[in-house]
Design a protein around this ligand. Structure first.
Ligand SMILES: [Zn+2]
Length: 242
């Protein structure tokens, strides 16, 4: 089992760990703890390096996947270490921080669209500093693009705090915000629900990494609106430095 350090501290960039399993065929290693975020919940994996405690060997981490409770790190540029090797992991922080800003920006969009138009997200995808979200609209309200961009940037400027907590499943199932964002679809085997709360704006069950407050996102631009069939409109966004 791998302890997911990134879920406790999204700002941890460097950590030490022990190699607990080696998969030579796939050129990947499992660690007892890791700050590398594994692909999931719409957020892409981190990249970075693993350095062996032999003083010289450094491998590049190109992919990170969770398989059950174990996080596997695909590496290139060095022979695989032996099980038991102590390593230091270092994240590509620029990429990770861009993903955090983008992920938080998407939750901001969820919140302002719900508050203004009472409409839910139907799908989304994100890359570092760009993303798309689909909403149930038919047709789009007049002036939607300008209004949405304004509301999102107002929410960023208001600098809402972002709090991450664990809620017991029974309690989570009584929370209106969590019900609306379909907390009931999380498998029943999950007894503790991780909640990401943009205080005063948006609250949902989420397994991703987020910035500490909304101002850190930067500036949000709506780059394009597309129609994806009846009742489904796609919003494309770009995130810029403030
Ligand atoms: Zn999310």
């Amino acid at each position: 089992m791998t302890q997911l350090l990134c879920l406790d501290d999204a700002y941890l960039r460097e950590f030490t760990a022990t190699v607990v399993a080696v998969d030579a065929e796939a050129s990947r290693v499992a660690l007892d703890r890791s700050a590398f975020y594994p692909t999931g919940g719409g957020q892409a994996h981190d990249t970075g390096t693993l350095a062996w405690d032999d003083g010289g060997t450094v491998a590049t981490v190109t992919d990170v996947r969770k398989d059950g409770d174990v996080v596997w790190h695909t590496i290139t540029g060095a022979p695989l270490p032996a099980q038991g090797t102590r390593v230091t992991g270092t994240l590509d922080w620029e990429r990770r921080h861009q993903l955090m800003r983008t992920h938080t920006a998407m939750h901001i969009l969820c919140g302002v669209v719900w508050n203004e138009w009472g409409t839910l997200v139907t799908g989304s995808n994100m890359d570092p500093l760009s993303a798309r979200m689909d909403f149930e609209f038919d047709p789009l309200p007049d002036g939607f693009k300008e209004r949405l961009e304004q509301l999102a940037n107002d929410a960023i400027a208001a600098d809402h705090r972002i709090e991450v907590s664990l809620l017991g499943r029974a309690i989570a199932l009584t929370d209106d915000d969590l019900i609306r964002t379909k907390v009931n679809l999380i498998p029943e085997s999950v007894t503790e629900i991780r909640v990401v709360d943009i205080v005063g704006l948006d609250k949902q069950a989420d397994g991703g990494t987020h910035v500490r407050s909304t101002r850190e996102v930067g500036r949000l631009e709506i780059t394009k609106l597309e129609s994806k069939g009846k009742g489904n409109k796609r919003v494309r966004v770009a995130i810029h430095d403030a």
